[in-house]
Structures are given as structure tokens and as C-alpha cells.
Design a protein around this ligand. Structure first.
Ligand code: PLP
Length: 344
């Protein structure tokens, strides 16, 4: 596919901002009088590396992908925003999302004045590729797929995803915020085959770094170059770059332990809740949360609230009537959740 034909012409032709740290890399003992910084060392007086080289080197090893195929953003939400800005001409182009899915795609698209076309998932939360593709027209630039999906928690059917990638003549974004809980293979491994795919992952969930704000997009060098061209120059601060680099260097064992814990607790909660009189259905989950349909979700929500337990009301979402979305907490938090619901 010729990616440049999909890009907004003004983005293709623009000259990106060149920051002081783009023009001169810090090598050896140089004196920096080029960025109007405060010269007195306070740990934070210097601008961060705009290209995040040290951190990308770690992520490259971690994910087994070339550094030039990595974009890092202030959360993966930043990547969603930039993808829309690169490809969608405001007021003209459109993007397609399944319904229900993660709400940020629509919000970011609306800010960019890009029409979002919502195509309902089947009642068991699966993709209908024919319906998705039937909504495509000549102005459709993007299809967002969230795998595993939020708020439903399930993995999407692999054949359906590949049919969409193969037939759609635009960019397919696969948001893998929860992929590590699913134990299924990431589409990162298929980027060589699919040059129109952008994989999004985040450090906010399995890595436990939501507060540091860091997410990644993985794609062809050409697409990554476009995202880097439009990003704010210093989008990842010094602290986040240093901290995440250290954490990746020291942290792989704990990650799989946490995944095991979440999946154990998820099964335990699901089994307990399925026996409750007030529960209609606990949906199968490949993520770190459960979508649960209750007979009276308002009453359940308020009872949980009275115990200071906050869950997410997703009852207004497509096919989600009566549903609350419940994140897996610590053992004690999960016990309180189960006991509170069992008392109803
Ligand atoms: C939580 C979540 C994210 C994470 O966004 P960040 O900006 O990286 O914190 C992305 N996509 C989905 C579907 C999510 O649920």
C-alpha cells in the first residue's frame, strides 16, 4: 500500500520543528548555550531527549523491534491523537470504530473534526468484518480495533481482524493496551507483513506506570517518521524517560507474576459473582477487568459505592445494558467486592 497517498498533503509537505537537541546531540563534555535553559544543575534544568534514544533502545530489545519502528507518546492516547492528525483531513475524512469500544478514539476524532462511524459488534462482542467494510467509503482513512476490547474485555476474532487488514485500503490501528493479560501474540510480530498496521501499547496497565504517562506505537518506519514529524518536540519528560528506562532494565519477572495474579483473581471473582443471585452474566475476559451484567446495576453500583468501591458504569454502551466494568484489584479489595455483592 502507498502510505503517502493516505497522508494529509500539508503534513506530507511540512517541515517539522527542529529543536536545539535535534540539531546538536550531546556528545562528551559540551557547554550548552543553545536552548535558553537555566545553566545551574537542578537535575531538571535541561530539556529531555526529543528522540528518546536510551529508552527506545531498551524498548527495542524488550519488544524485539527496530528502534525506527517505535514511536513514544505521552500515553498511547497521544498516539491516537497524532494518527488522526496525520491521516484525517478535518471535515472531510472519516474513521471507523466497532461499538462498543474505548471512548478516546471518538473524542480525539471529534476534536479533529473527523467523522466517526460506529459499527456494532455482534451480541457476543465480536467483529463483523463485512459490516465494518461496508461502512468504508473513499474518505475512510482509519479503522480502530481494540484487542482485547474495552469495555467488553474479550479478544477479537483473529480471522476477522486479518480480513479487515487485508481488504481495507487504509490504516488499521490495533490497540493492545491489555494484550499481556490475554497471552496471545501481539501484531508487532506481523508488522513486516502488514505495512498499513499501527500497533498501540501502553505502560499504564500491566506495567503499572499510568502516572508516568507513556505509551507506544509500533509500525513501519514510514508511519513512525510521520508521527515523529507532528509530535510536540519534548513530549516525554526527563523523569519519565529515566524512570521507565530503569524499570524496564530491572523488571521482567515481576511482570509475569502480576499477570498470573490478575488472571487468578479474575477467575476467582468471576466464579464467585456467577453464583450471585443479583448477577445475570459475567462476560469472558482476556484483560484485567470484568464486564458484569446485573439484574439491577444501579443498586449494585450504589451498594459498592457505600463501601467506597468505585466501578465503571458501562450500561449505556452498545449491547451493555445493565453492565458494570470492574477492574481486578488487590486480594483484599477483591474480597470486599465479592462480599459486598454476596450480601445483596
Ligand atoms: C487504558 C487504555 C489505554 C491507555 O492509554 P494511556 O494514554 O497509554 O494511559 C489505551 N487504550 C485502551 C483501550 C485503554 O483501555
Amino acid at each position: 500500500m502507498k502510505i503517502s497517498n493516505l497522508v494529509r498533503p500539508n503534513i506530507l509537505s511540512m517541515k517539522p520543528y527542529s529543536s536545539a537537541r535535534d540539531e546538536f546531540d550531546i556528545v562528551g563534555n559540551v557547554i550548552l548555550l543553545d536552548a535558553n535553559e537555566n545553566p545551574f544543575d537542578s537535575e531538571w534544568n535541561r530539556y529531555p531527549d526529543p528522540n528518546q534514544k536510551a529508552l527506545k533502545a531498551e524498548i527495542s530489545t524488550l519488544k524485539n523491534i527496530d528502534v525506527n519502528q517505535i514511536f513514544l507518546g505521552n500515553g498511547s492516547d497521544e498516539a491516537v491523537d497524532l494518527v488522526l492528525r496525520v491521516f484525517c483531513e478535518p471535515g472531510i475524512d472519516n474513521a471507523i470504530v466497532p461499538d462498543p469500544t474505548y471512548g478516546m478514539y471518538e473524542v480525539a476524532a471529534t476534536i479533529q473534526n473527523t467523522e466517526i462511524r460506529k459499527v456494532p459488534l455482534t451480541s457476543d462482542f465480536q467483529l463483523d468484518p463485512d459490516k465494518m467494510l461496508a461502512s468504508v467509503d473513499e474518505f475512510t482513512k482509519l479503522i480502530f480495533l481494540c484487542n482485547p476490547n474495552n469495555p467488553t474485555g474479550n479478544l477479537l476474532d483473529q480471522n476477522a481482524i486479518e480480513e479487515i487488514i487485508e481488504k481495507f485500503k487504509g490504516i488499521v490501528i490495533i490497540d493492545e493496551a491489555y494484550i499481556d493479560f490475554a497471552g496471545s501474540e501481539s501484531y508487532i510480530t506481523k508488522l513486516d507483513k502488514y505495512d498499513s498496521v499501527i500497533v498501540l501499547q501502553t505502560f499504564s496497565k500491566v506495567w503499572g506506570l499510568a502516572g508516568l504517562r507513556i505509551g507506544a506505537a509500533y509500525a513501519s518506519e514510514e508511519i513512525i517518521h510521520l508521527l515523529n514529524k507532528v509530535k510536540p518536540p519534548y513530549n516525554l519528560n526527563v523523569f519519565t524517560q529515566q524512570k521507565v528506562t530503569e524499570i524496564i532494565q530491572s523488571n521482567t519477572g515481576q511482570l509475569s507474576q502480576f499477570i498470573e495474579f490478575v488472571n487468578y483473581e479474575k477467575t476467582r471473582i468471576a466464579m464467585a459473582l456467577s453464583k450471585s443471585e443479583v448477577v445475570i452474566k459475567v462476560f469472558p475476559s482476556d484483560s484485567n477487568f470484568l464486564l458484569v451484567r446485573f439484574k439491577d446495576h444501579v443498586k449494585v453500583f450504589e451498594t459498592l459505592l457505600s463501601q467506597n468501591l468505585i466501578v465503571r458504569d458501562r450500561s449505556m454502551a452498545m449491547h451493555c445494558n445493565g453492565c458494570l466494568r470492574i477492574s481486578i484489584g488487590t486480594y483484599e479489595e477483591n474480597e470486599l467486592l465479592i462480599n459486598t455483592i454476596n450480601k445483596l
